[in-house]
Design a protein around this ligand. Structure first.
Ligand code: HPA
Length: 296
């Protein structure tokens, strides 16, 4: 679909204008307006926005009445390139509640700046979405973690050494956001409630966000263990930082797809990460559906 009808922007200029804008609040308003046009201007505001990590895109098929918008149709979005990331925005219902879902995300290891990795969260905010739900595939650093385990992120360590808020402060943002409790305690409790209701085992832990795209060395994994990291991945942190700067509540779940490097004799490869992701996907989908049903 085109972006015809966007206020003050022509069909072509709207798209190229947004592409040339920095991935901040103004570009997010343009993207949100385009999504609203394609979804229907009178559609309900989603109760949450969910980003689906590697191998977890199957949740998209659980949405009822979904409008599927390819990333290429969202002004300001680059096209997702990673295998296992389909590259669609979905607006529909999950557990009877209106939600927005993103099958695919933008990673810094693809060469994107941190602000662009977090841009979809700005678009959610511009649509009025109050809760950001992140999911990802992660390597288990905690020695008791096994492939297929699900972990609620209770805190993170930003080892990407980039911050999406660096630069001029956006009018929507806090300059110095508090990060003493980025993962909303009440939403974490709700995830555990949903886990009990669905019989899905769920643990808590600290997520370490690394730039990638290499997996870690065994020495790095031993370092991460000493730093207090329970699961390691290459996403989520920029998105959560921006969500907090915007005052959105955040919940996040990691799917442990493998033991981190050196903790098992196996070598790591993306195809394997995807395979385990599919195995754990149905438990993840049940958990998130029950969580969304319980959202205020
Ligand atoms: N390391 C980093 N990112 C990952 C891993 C890992 O072991 N598994 C899935 N994503």
């Amino acid at each position: 679909m085109s972006v015809l009808g966007m206020s003050g922007l022509g069909p072509e200029t709207g798209m190229s204008h947004a592409r040339s804008m920095p991935p901040g609040a103004a570009a997010a308003r343009v993207a949100a307006e385009s999504i609203r046009q394609q979804y229907g201007p009178d559609a309900p505001v989603p109760v949450c926005g969910i980003v689906l990590g590697s191998g977890l895109g199957g949740l998209a098929d659980r949405l009822s009445g979904a409008v599927r918008i390819p990333f290429s149709e969202v002004p300001g979005f680059p096209t997702a390139t990673v295998v296992g990331h389909a590259g669609h925005v979905l607006m529909g219902r999950l557990g009877g509640r209106p939600v927005m879902a993103m099958a695919g995300r933008f990673h810094m290891y693809e060469g994107h700046e941190a602000a662009l990795a977090a841009f979809p969260v700005r678009v959610m905010h511009a649509l009025g979405v109050p809760v950001y739900v992140a999911s990802n595939a992660a390597g288990g650093v905690r020695r008791t973690f096994s492939p297929g385990d699900l972990m609620v992120i209770s805190d993170h360590i930003n080892l990407m050494f980039r911050n999406p808020l660096a630069g001029a402060v956006e009018p929507t943002d806090e300059r110095f956001p508090d990060m003493s409790d980025p993962y909303d305690p009440a939403l974490r409790a709700l995830l555990h409630q949903a886990a009990r209701a669905t019989g899905v085992p769920l643990q808590d832990g600290v997520y370490g966000g690394l730039l990638g795209p290499t997996y870690e060395t065994p020495a790095e994994v031993r370092m991460l263990e000493r730093l207090g990291v329970d699961a390691v991945g290459m996403s989520t942190v920029p998105e959560v930082i921006v969500a907090r700067a915007l005052g959105m509540r955040v919940a996040a779940v990691s799917c442990i797809t493998n033991k981190a490097a050196g903790l098992s004799p196996d070598l790591l490869n993306h195809a394997e990460v995807m395979d385990v992701g599919r195995g754990v996907a149905s438990r993840f989908e049940a958990l998130i559906t029950a969580f969304v049903e319980r959202l205020p």
